[in-house]
Design a protein around this ligand. Structure first.
Ligand code: B12
Length: 215
């Protein structure tokens, strides 16, 4: 339920960059039987978006943005650990190569996507952040990936997703992989324009889209 007061408290801790309290409340929420994704979706993602808006409006500065990101990463680690522990190791047969594109160090969202994919039985090769298109393609070929997923958080780095589509085509590899794109500035329209196979709004949507593509 979105009106659980714990969400507001957790969100406030994140926005005010209180890392210790963020860790504590996340652990308590999970220990009390809460779904780890709920605190992420109802408290921390709205919280970090608010931080981003404040930063965008010049009401909060880079050092505070970095502290909030640090607190977010602590929450993400706790949530991811809980997610990974909550499922069996059954594999559903799909292999995904995932990366945040070149020039972009935003990886909080991608790390959530990785955990949820693993929790859903997908085999994930996470290349990290700031990854060149050539490296992504090399890994996808090497591990015979079914799907290539990319994350871009900057309007300036989104074009790497287009470069990936073009590189796949020019290397005659476009039919070998499905592609899915995500990240806050990315839209279904962008995905269609560059010729990606799918757009994912969030991690859960990503799983749905990937499972559809694998079928
Ligand atoms: C945290 C943060 C940072 C942290 C990143 C830490 C880290 N390890 O990730 C730090 C402090 C390092 C940072 C740096 C910068 N940042 Co910053 N940052 C943010 C902030 C506040 C939150 C991003 C985030 O983590 N969101 C939460 C996650 C969970 O959401 P998400 O990434 O969108 O992911 C979800 C979905 O999109 C989806 N998804 C995402 N990717 C994928 C991929 C696949 C395959 C799938 C299926 C799904 C999927 O699933 C995820 C989970 O649901 C945003 C604001 C915002 N609203 O986005 C600004 C923001 C992105 N940053 C911005 C800027 C400008 C910068 C800097 C240039 C600042 C500077 N002057 O140095 C640098 C850039 C550094 C670089 N080269 O990359 C701007 C970008 C503006 C623009 N037009 O491009 C924003 C929008 C802030 C703003 N309002 O101005 N930033």
């Amino acid at each position: 339920m979105n009106d659980n007061p714990i969400y507001k408290e957790a969100k406030d801790y994140l926005v005010s960059q209180k890392k210790e309290q963020v860790a504590e409340i996340t652990k308590k929420f999970i220990a009390d039987g809460g779904n780890p994704l709920d605190i992420m979706n109802h408290a921390f993602i709205p919280g970090i978006n608010e931080v981003g808006d404040l930063f965008g409006r010049g009401q909060l500065f880079l050092p505070e943005l970095m502290l909030a990101a640090d607190a977010m990463l602590v929450a993400t680690d706790i949530v991811n650990e809980a997610l990974e522990g909550s499922v069996g190791k059954q594999k559903s047969g799909g292999t995904v190569v995932l990366a945040t594109v070149k020039g972009d160090v935003h990886d909080i969202g991608k790390c959530i996507v990785v955990s949820l994919m693993k929790a859903n039985g997908l085999t994930v090769h996470d290349l990290g952040r700031d990854v060149e298109v050539d490296r992504i393609i090399e890994e996808a070929v090497k591990v015979k990936a079914d799907v290539i997923g990319t994350s871009a958080l900057l309007t300036t780095t989104m074009k790497q997703q287009k470069i990936l589509e073009e590189a796949l085509k020019s290397n005659g590899l476009r039919d070998q992989f499905k592609t899915v794109v995500g990240g806050a500035p990315v839209t279904p329209r962008w995905a269609a324009r560059i010729g990606a196979d799918a757009y994912a709004e969030d991690a859960q949507d990503g799983i749905v889209k990937i499972k559809e593509m694998l079928n």
